[in-house]
Design a protein around this ligand. Structure first.
Ligand SMILES: Cc1ncc(COP(=O)(O)O)c(C=O)c1O
Length: 393
């Protein structure tokens, strides 16, 4: 019998291994700065092909440190996407930088490289060191934050080329993309710095938590110091050599992370199967578009987001799903239209039409590693009914 109590949007995938791992930490006196976070970092580093890994208290904390590490300063422009979770852009504001948004590709939903190329070629000049300056604003283009949205990798090649040609460092926001592949290579291994997140709706969780990775020792050292109150590396406890934060990951979270990492391959496989089943069942449903996956991409499924046809009333559909006990969310509202972004920068509707059109039509359906096939079937049936009831098809 199908449990119809509710189909939640997301659920962590935890077993007795995770419970035991956390309980074991509680039996020791080391709840922070003990052996577990180092072990988690070592495991993650190995998974990322040897890039240095620095465990932090959240993805947002990691992105903040990344923005500082690549040297974003007050007034600097940072190229990024308006179609993302707000923190990929907020971290620029933390350093009094300015997000320079470009519209997205309507298939991958990631930043459209063509628009960024166009801007760099036509709207920037070089300073004495060859770095790009925005001609109109007279400001430095200091970095790019590329977000692998929903676990679909960004088309990295053109961005890597821009990064080389214009000397702009890339920060990869891989918070949603652990295990995704771009042309066979892991997302998070391209940028100078990359960041992952482990909130409970992510592929693996540590409760709250994140991981920064970099291939540069100098950056790793700086990020480790900033994570821990700006401490110097001479071993003296209260020796602070720079502005730092408390962005440390605690031992309980790290223990959870280790247990989850051991299951990562199995988790990614299960999520793949769930997405496949959704896509297969939805191919019969009119008015709904399943997520696009580029031929060069291996998706790491973070969420399962469908697009409704323009004339379908999304709010009504979501209400009907809700009545059937199914959680869903409009993912993502555009960042530039958030009230405080409008206020700060004067953004308006129409500024990024592709992002806005996608944002009006997307719905995240229940998606998590333990989601049973019967529930997927139920969600799709109810979605189909809701669309038919709306009289659109
Ligand atoms: C694209 C993106 N960036 C950044 C974050 C921030 O991660 P956290 O919630 O761990 O701070 C998230 C998490 O939801 C995200 O989806």
């Amino acid at each position: 019998m199908l449990d119809k109590t509710r189909v939640p949007l997301s659920r962590p995938y935890l077993g007795k291994e995770e419970i035991e791992a956390v309980a074991e930490v509680l039996r020791t006196p080391f709840l922070s700065l003990g052996p577990r976070f180092r072990e988690f970092e070592a495991m993650f580093s190995e998974y990322m092909g040897g890039r240095q890994a620095i465990a932090v208290s959240s993805g947002t904390a990691g992105l903040h440190l990344a923005v500082r590490a690549v040297g974003v300063r007050e007034g600097d422009l940072v190229i990024t996407t308006p179609f993302s979770f707000i923190s990929s852009s907020n971290v620029i504001l933390y350093e009094r930088g300015v997000p320079l948004f470009f519209d997205i590709d309507d298939k991958t939903l990631n930043l459209d490289p063509g628009r960024v190329w166009d801007y760099l070629r036509k709207k920037t000049r070089r300073d004495k060191e060859g770095k790009p300056i925005d001609i109109e604003r007279g400001k430095r283009v200091a970095a790019m934050i590329l977000v692998h949205i929903f676990g679909h990798p960004v088309d990295m090649d053109p961005f890597l080329e821009m990064s080389r040609e214009y000397d702009i460092p890339i920060v990869e926001d891989a918070c949603e993309a652990l295990g995704a592949l771009y042309k066979g290579k892991k997302a998070g291994t391209f940028g100078e710095i990359s960041v992952f997140a482990f909130y409970p709706n992510k592929q693996i969780t540590t409760g709250e938590g994140g991981m920064v990775t970099t291939r540069e020792d100098r950056q790793a050292e700086l990020i480790r110091s900033m994570r821990n109150q700006g401490r110097g590396d001479n071993g003296k406890w209260l020796n602070h050599v720079r502005l730092g934060y408390n962005y440390r990951m605690d031992e309980l979270s790290a223990a959870l992370g280790i247990a989850q990492m051991k299951k990562l391959d199995a988790i990614l496989k299960k999520r793949d199967e769930i997405a496949k089943l959704y896509t297969e069942l939805l191919s019969e449903v009119e008015g709904v578009e399943a997520p696009f996956v580029a031929p060069w991409a291996r998706m790491s499924w973070f969420v399962y987001v469908v697009k409704l046809k323009e004339r379908i009333d999304r709010e009504m559909i979501m209400k009907r799903l809700e009545e059937a006990g199914i959680d869903s969310r409009p993912y993502f509202p555009p960042i530039h239209l958030q009230p405080f972004y409008r206020e700060l920068f004067g953004f308006r509707e129409g500024d990024f039409p592709v992002t806005e059109s996608v944002s009006r039509r997307t719905v995240a359906l229940p998606f998590y590693t333990g989601l049973e096939p019967e529930k997927i079937q139920y969600v799709v049936e109810e979605l189909e009914k809701a669309i038919k009831k709306e009289g659109s098809f």
